[in-house]
Design a protein around this ligand. Structure first.
Ligand SMILES: [Zn+2]
Length: 667
């Protein structure tokens, strides 16, 4: 592979980071482009999304032709960008049961300690503050507004559009741009479901994924325009990088997370600003773990001692080779949620080895589409890359299991002091054991994708039929059981849905999401004991599932176990003090204890945090009604009636109407 080591302008002697000197008077803007394939930006390849603003950024800076992510999943990939470390070191290796512990320094924690203003504006609940990326940020805006997790398919998270994220970031920049800052803006739009706003919806009707990218580009443009108009561009380093790509059907995958092909590991990476030569294209492979050391050297700050990436400045300024040739990648997701083998990869400028039950070796120069497995022809190359994998992933023995990091250390201690011993304790996931090779399960993967689409089109009986066929092909797949249960649930067949989930438990393949869903089903069937048991198990695997904790608290309240209910709700607020339903729960706990003042404060907080939550409105109405404050009671009852949907509150609405009539007639 020919690298372009052109030094276009002012080649200066490269100075290493001056850690002891004062930090540089400059800013860093990091824009992460979720689910964005490099080859779908017009500066990388024509014919897909038109991205004039990112193209302009590339033209005035550096464009890395071969940048790779370390994990094809949002949360672990962002943790690698922020810490400069591989997932085996930062510990955030998968979704569901992993957080980034505060002991891992990030770009945010280091710049904050050096006196920078730090802020993050994120586009999805996937990176909500309680997963640990918020450490070091003065401001961490993960408010998804009215979007709720409830009723979404697994893997679909509340998100907000790029325009909302940009509005908030611009507002912050106008107020804080004068001081030195590190600003992270995360755009989630290209992630499925693909639903761009007009005019992109119409313009990209045949490829809404590209429409999302084009729309995101427009918003990047707004962000960059403000840097110009505020006079900040000359002293702000701008980095735009993808967290992973999207398969779009390549290798039998529609989205991302299962495979380690370049469709999802190859990401766009652009860098512009002070010291950055314009219009430079670098063909040398670089990695997302290189972002952290590169930012640190730019700011004259010392990188995290855990960082495994390298500063790219010698490569950027002088075309000097840096040690970025070996890029480790992994995905545990097939193991944890599909019952298949995890995958690991080592990628160089020339080769990629994918370590699977049937290993794959590709020559990326000759076969960038990764279609010809050369493992049998080049065993020596394969062996050498495999050794490199174990060098990063520690010993093979260590690779046999992974210990979850379900909450950060401080939260764990706080949970313990609550008497919540179970919450926050880690558990082990077995790796390296016999399991199907994901590429041998493409048929099942295709069915799962089709079932998801069918569920989204509300054709539940067809979805159930398809999923039963899928289960015949892949009988130990937790996601398949989850989808089948969802199909039955949505047809109103709650008992059948519960049986399906129960089957997964009996097969010992139940995930946190299966236990959480099972608990909810039991709660609806008024089987409280079983509900509490299932939800507790879900919480044991994944205490970061705040909706499950809320349901657990609700079940405990129905049992009359006020102390246990309080623990569940407090376990939420310890992790995320902006989660409205937890305060509604704590208000109900206070009522049980006869503490009306605390109850009122909790309900009011719940309403303030999320005005779309109707239950605290009703609770406030009842509270004021009982206290004899008619006007306040009427006010809250009315707000409840205005907002409550007949579908969810059909049995309560007539009762509240009657209460309103009584109050009015008595007034
Ligand atoms: Zn992502």
């Amino acid at each position: 592979m020919m690298a372009l080591f052109l030094c276009l302008s002012a080649c200066r002697h490269h100075e290493p980071a001056r850690a002891s000197a004062a930090p540089r008077d400059a800013n860093v803007l990091l824009v992460t482009l979720d689910t964005t394939r490099a080859d779908h930006l017009s500066c990388y390849a024509p014919g897909h999304a038109r991205t004039p603003h990112l193209d302009a950024l590339a033209a005035r800076g550096v464009r890395f032709l071969h940048a790779t992510a370390q994990v094809p999943l949002t949360l672990p990939s962002h943790a690698s960008i922020m810490t400069g470390a591989y997932p085996t070191v930062h510990g955030l290796r998968d979704m569901g049961g992993f957080v980034l512990d505060k002991s891992h320094p990030t770009i945010a924690s280091i710049t904050q300690a050096a006196g920078f203003s730090t802020a993050a504006f994120v586009g999805s609940r996937v990176v909500a503050k309680h997963f640990g990326l918020a450490n070091g940020f003065d401001t961490y805006d993960d408010d998804m507004g009215e979007e709720k997790e409830e009723g979404k398919l697994p893997g679909v998270f509340p998100e907000r559009r790029a325009s909302v994220v940009t509005d908030r970031a611009l507002e912050w920049l106008k107020q804080n741009g004068r001081s030195r800052f590190f600003l992270w803006v995360h755009y989630y739009d290209p992630h499925a479901p693909y639903d761009p706003p007009e005019p992109y919806k119409g313009q990209y009707a045949r490829s809404p994924y590209d429409g999302e990218i084009a729309y995101m580009d427009e918003q990047v443009g707004r962000l960059l325009a403000l840097l110009e108009s505020e006079g900040l561009a000359a002293r702000t380093l701008i980095i735009a990088i993808g967290d992973h790509g999207e398969s779009l059907g390549d290798h039998g995958e529609m989205n991302h997370g299962i495979f380690l092909y370049d469709s999802t590991l190859h990401v766009p990476f652009l860098l512009a600003g002070p010291d950055v030569p314009s219009g430079k294209v670098i063909a040398e492979q670089v990695r997302s773990i290189d972002v952290h050391p590169t930012v640190m050297e730019f700011l004259h700050l010392k990188p995290s001692p855990q960082a495994q990436g390298v500063s790219l400045w010698p490569l950027i300024e002088e075309g000097k080779l840096v040690h970025s040739n070996y890029s480790y990648g992994e995905t545990l997701y097939p193991r944890t949620y599909m019952g298949w083998s995890e995958l690991r990869a080592m990628r160089t400028n020339t080769w990629k080895l994918i370590l699977a039950p049937h290993p794959e070796l590709y020559n990326l120069e000759r076969d960038p589409g990764e279609t010809q497995n050369l493992m049998a022809k080049f065993p020596a190359e394969g062996d050498q890359l495999q050794n490199q994998i174990w060098e990063v992933a520690a010993s093979e023995a260590h690779a046999k299991k992974v210990t979850t990091v379900p909450v950060d250390e401080q939260t764990r201690q706080e949970l313990e002091s609550l008497g919540y011993v179970s919450g926050g304790s880690s558990h082990e996931i077995q790796l390296g054991t016999q399991a199907p090779d994901p590429k041998d399960r493409i048929g099942a993967l295709r069915i799962l994708d089709e079932v998801a689409t069918t569920l989204n089109h509300h054709d539940y009986s067809r979805a159930a039929e398809l999923m039963q066929e899928g289960l015949r092909q892949d009988p130990a797949n937790p996601l398949a059981y989850t989808y089948l249960a969802i199909a039955f649930e949505r047809m109103g067949q709650l008992t059948r849905a519960t049986e399906v989930l129960r089957q997964a438990v009996d097969l010992h393949i139940a995930t946190d999401t299966i236990y959480a869903r099972l608990g909810k089903s039991y709660l609806r069937l008024h089987e409280l004991d079983k509900a509490v048991d299932a939800m507790s198990r879900a919480n044991l695997i994944n205490p970061t599932d705040l909706d499950n904790l809320r349901n657990l608290g609700t079940a405990q309240l129905q049992f009359g176990r006020v102390n246990e209910a309080e623990k569940a709700f407090k376990a939420i607020t310890l992790q995320n003090d902006h989660y409205s339903p937890a305060y509604n729960g704590l208000g109900l706990v206070a009522i049980q204890r006869g503490d009306g003042d605390s109850a009122r404060a909790d309900f009011e907080k719940a309403v303030a945090l999320d005005p779309t939550e109707v239950e605290p409105l009703l609770n406030l109405g009842v509270l004021f009604d009982k206290a004899g404050d008619k006007s306040q009671a009427l006010r809250y009852y009315q707000q409840f009636l205005d907002k409550a949907s007949p579908k969810d509150y059909g049995d309560l609405i007539p009762k509240v109407r009657a209460a309103v009539r009584d109050l009015k007639s008595g007034a």
